[in-house]
Design a protein around this ligand. Structure first.
Ligand code: ATP
Ligand code: MG
Length: 861
């Protein structure tokens, strides 16, 4: 391409294109030409393929393709989803101010983490861009959702585990990464790549504390960053770099971004990647969607802000009892006053995605319906305040006070914009009738041009006393008044002669000229005036930005509480109580997600007590499918729900706030990360052992399962012993290793099992947990239920019996003999083999062969 630039046969337009393209080697350049965006060269090849549009060529065989600009959003969406970046190059003037081509410039670079278009966003979900700054001792993290203005900031110690947790929590769509180029940075970079998050970099030299401090203070017009509470270099570099990147991609002031909110680790629970995944908080393990998750269960939010707030709350449980109780107080108030809850939720339903609408408006992508959305949302927010502010509960009334009065703004918008405005002034009426006399006149004029002409003609006839006077129109003269020669003497001096014909004179008047001008330019003028009104309104909305954002945050919080209350009522939850004695005492607890989505009959509630009787480790044995995993997860889920301020699925729950919830559950293979099941299991176990404290809750499901029995058992044993002796964390440990129950005899550990009833050879799962140990696994029973062929389960039962007699130490093979091995085969198989041996291939006819084959097949099916 480079060598083409100096090609003298290139048109000035192509030369301009190449100059701009040179600055955007990594983007597909959308080059505006009239009503189209054109792409050339390699961009055209890539885009035509990705978008399935025709590749043509221009002079000099330049490959090109184009899309109409008004339909560009969906095409851009497809390119972004396919992993491309798109640079939008617009015409910056209507006619060339110098030279032969109009000035063009890139106005925006669209990347997955910086989109604001509705089409490009996945539903209500936050769309975060991350900036990751890897320093020697710590990591600075900034997360910005451009579409909502959310901006979060944190600095964490340089630990892969904590880092993974933060990435899982925010699930960014794109990241900018900065390290010191050291090899130790590789695992951090690799983690983002493994999650398919596109990684970009900005200039290394920008990562300078003074420079980035300047970037931040400039962006928010601050004197210093002190007011933001930012102190550390890691946070400054992360915040600064993300702002630099946004400047680069959006090319305009970013004044709708909220102030960076620091995530303080001392009042929010750290959740690691494994726990977020295992507890299926936001997405499920089967298909990665939000269905059948804790989020789905609790989400009764009425607004997009509320849904995002709930998601954030789930991923940032609280640590301080006072914070938790504050939330619970409000939830309880809504829970008890159903009528109030209904009223609040009804009012909330009218609040639209203020944050995103505001972003679009501030970015200059104004759609009249977005303006109305602001008005409607402002009215609804007012209604929410009116419902809540008279409430006697201090905290509830305080929530209402968070919504600033927005009635005036709403009234302004409603007075200006039609109830059902056109998509834009080009498409029809936007400004309300009666708002602007000038606009109304123009619309009338346009609509009533014919009537006006007739009325004017009649009026002139009367005034001049010329019954034959006519107002006419033709392309050359436009509008004119025609009077016959004989009557011309009656024409007053204000009449201006336009043309003289044989038998008639043609005139115009100032009024008619004005009418003509108006009519010809009324469409233009209407558009201009309407755009002007929209602009004024837009400015008013943008200057009310902080009030609108405050309303959005207050609505988000209220909706979060209303949602928690509504789901508590719906699912029969109760308010948890907190103690500082380390005691966990849950009566009739349920696993809400299993209960709601996975139980055919009734869910059997279970009690759970830790520390109450001196044991902080609960060792759970029980048959397969009995409910071990469900029980221990229930403990974690109830604890987590309580710490976000939700009611919990139990008859009663006494809990102590925990500092972290650790989970080691099932096999979470991560083949894409190139780690084996067992390695993942040991990694997660290591994280737990290295980080848990006496105030933590640990859930371990069949640790050691991924390796040979003895290795597994020994590891499980040692891990438990370590927790018992050194960590002293509350621990629920589900296992099939019955040998471990010996540990249960030690002080601090209690043996529990899930009960089953066995009668007439059938096994019934009671799903009831009680003290004691299980004596059998019933694994073979479950295998039979699952459809494993009878001969195999029968054989397994025999092997099991022998193993149990001789102690588990010996494997089955040592004692097997050839004839028993053969039992594995069905007798029918022997018949088939014999029959095949008996066939005489020399004498059999093709038809007989087929018949025989058919018979054999029947034998084995
Ligand atoms: N308390 C309960 N009430 C009703 N059904 C339950 C209960 N607990 C579990 N179940 C049902 O039993 C199924 C199996 O439960 P779970 O996976 O917890 O068993 P498990 O003991 O961990 O089995 P495995 O040893 O095979 O891992 C669940 O999917 C659920 O449908
Ligand atoms: Mg299990």
């Amino acid at each position: 391409m480079e060598n083409k630039r100096n090609d003298p046969t290139l048109t000035p337009l192509m030369r301009q294109y190449l100059d701009i393209k040179k600055k955007h080697p990594n983007e597909i350049l959308f080059f505006r030409l009239g009503d189209f965006y054109e792409m050339f060269f390699e961009d055209a090849r890539v885009a035509s393929k990705a978008l399935d549009i025709v590749l043509t060529s221009r002079q000099n065989d330049i490959p090109m393709c184009g899309i109409p600009y008004h339909a560009s959003e969906s095409y851009i969406a497809r390119l972004i989803k396919a992993g491309h970046r798109v640079a939008i190059c617009e015409q910056m003037e209507a006619t060339p101010s110098s030279g032969t081509v109009v000035r063009r410039d890139v106005v925006r670079v669209i990347t997955p983490g910086t989109v604001i278009e509705q089409n490009l966003l996945a539903g209500d979900d936050n769309n975060f861009l991350a900036s990751i700054v890897l320093l020697e001792k710590e990591i600075g993290l900034a997360f910005v959702d451009v579409s909502t203005g959310d901006f979060f900031l944190s600095a964490i110690p340089r630990s892969l585990d904590l880092y993974r947790g933060e990435i899982a929590r925010f699930a960014p769509r794109e990241a900018i990464l900065h390290g010191r180029g050291a090899e130790e940075d590789e695992p951090f970079a690799a983690h983002v790549r493994a999650r398919n998050i596109p990684v970009n970099r900005i200039n290394d030299w920008l990562y300078d504390i003074d420079y980035m401090t300047g970037t931040i203070t400039q962006a928010y017009a601050l004197a210093s960053v002190k007011g933001l509470g930012i102190t550390g270099g890691a946070e400054i570099l992360a915040a600064g770099s993300i702002l630099e990147y946004l400047k680069d991609t959006h090319r305009r002031a970013f004044d709708h971004l909220k102030l960076p909110q620091r995530i303080v680790s001392s009042d929010r629970m750290i959740l690691d990647e494994a726990t977020i995944a295992h507890l299926e908080l936001i997405v499920n393990a089967q298909d990665g969607t939000k269905h059948r998750t804790l989020f789905a269960l609790l989400n009764r939010a009425r607004t997009p802000m509320g849904r995002r707030a709930l998601e954030r709350a789930l991923l940032q449980p609280l640590l301080l009892t006072a914070d938790i109780e504050r939330r619970l107080d409000i939830v309880q108030y809504f829970f008890e006053y159903h009528g109030l809850l209904d009223d609040v939720r009804a009012a909330l339903s009218g609040v639209m995605d203020i944050e995103r609408v505001l972003t679009r408006i501030a970015a200059g992508r104004v759609n009249p319906r977005d303006l109305l959305a602001i008005a409607r949302s402002a009215r609804s927010a007012d209604a929410v305040r009116d419902v809540l502010s008279p409430q006697p509960h201090e905290l509830v009334a305080a929530l209402a006070a968070g919504i600033p009065p927005l009635g005036e703004l709403a009234a302004r918008i409603e007075a200006t914009i039609e109830d059902e405005p056109a998509l834009s002034p080009e498409h029809g009426r936007v400004v309300r009738k009666g708002y602007s006399p000038e606009l109304d006149r123009l619309y009338e004029l346009k609509k009533d041009a014919r009537t006006w002409v007739i009325e004017y003609q009649e009026e002139q006839k009367r005034e001049l006393g010329i019954p034959t006077l006519r107002v006419k129109y033709n392309r050359v003269l436009g509008y004119y008044i025609e009077v016959s020669k004989g009557q011309a003497v009656k024409v007053p001096s204000e009449y201006l002669r336009k043309q003289t014909l044989v038998g008639a004179e043609r005139y115009t008047t100032e009024t008619l000229q004005k009418f003509e001008e108006d009519i010809l330019s009324s469409s233009e003028k209407i558009k201009e005036l309407e755009e002007g009104e929209i602009r004024v309104l837009t400015e008013e909305i943008v200057s009310a930005r902080s009030a609108l954002q405050a309303a959005a945050s207050a609505v988000a919080e209220i909706d979060l509480f209303a949602s928690l209350a509504a789901s508590a009522i719906e699912h029969r939850f109760t308010r948890p109580r907190f103690n500082e004695d380390g005691i966990t005492d849950i009566r009739e607890g349920r696993h809400p997600v299993v209960e709601r989505y996975y139980t055919q009959e009734v869910f059997i509630p279970n009690d759970l007590a830790l520390n109450a009787h001196g044991s902080h480790i609960l060792l759970l044995t029980g048959p397969n499918m009995s409910g071990k995993s469900t029980y221990i997860r229930m403990a974690a889920v109830i604890q987590l729900m309580a710490q976000i301020g939700s009611f919990v699925p139990a008859a009663s729950a006494d809990l102590t706030p925990v500092d972290r919830i650790f989970t080691r559950i099932g096999s979470s293979d991560n083949i894409s990360r190139g780690e084996s099941t067992f390695l993942v299991e040991m990694n997660e176990t290591a994280v737990i052992l290295n980080n848990a404290t006496p105030r933590s809750l640990i859930i371990m499901d069949e640790v050691g399962r991924g390796t040979s029995t003895f290795d597994g058992l020994s590891i499980a044993w040692a891990v438990l012993e370590y927790i018992l002796r050194y960590i002293k964390a509350k621990t629920l440990f589900a296992t099939h290793y019955h040998e471990l129950t010996k540990l249960g005899e030690k002080p601090g550990v209690a043996n529990y099992n899930v009960l089953v009833r066995e009668h007439l050879g059938a096994v019934e799962f009671l799903h009831k947990v009680g003290p004691g140990t299980a004596d059998k696994s019933y694994g073979i029973h479950v295998a039979r239920l699952a459809g494993i062929p009878r001969e195999i389960t029968a054989r397994a039962a025999k092997i099991l019996e022998r193993l149990e007699k001789s102690g588990r130490a010996k494997g089955a093979d040592e004692q097997d003999d050839a004839s028993e091995q053969l039992e594995m085969f069905n007798a029918a198989n022997h018949l088939v083999i014999r029959a095949i041996q008996a066939i005489d291939l020399d004498s059999i006819t093709p038809l007989d062969a087929i018949n025989e084959l058919n018979r054999l097949k029947k034998l084995i099916t």
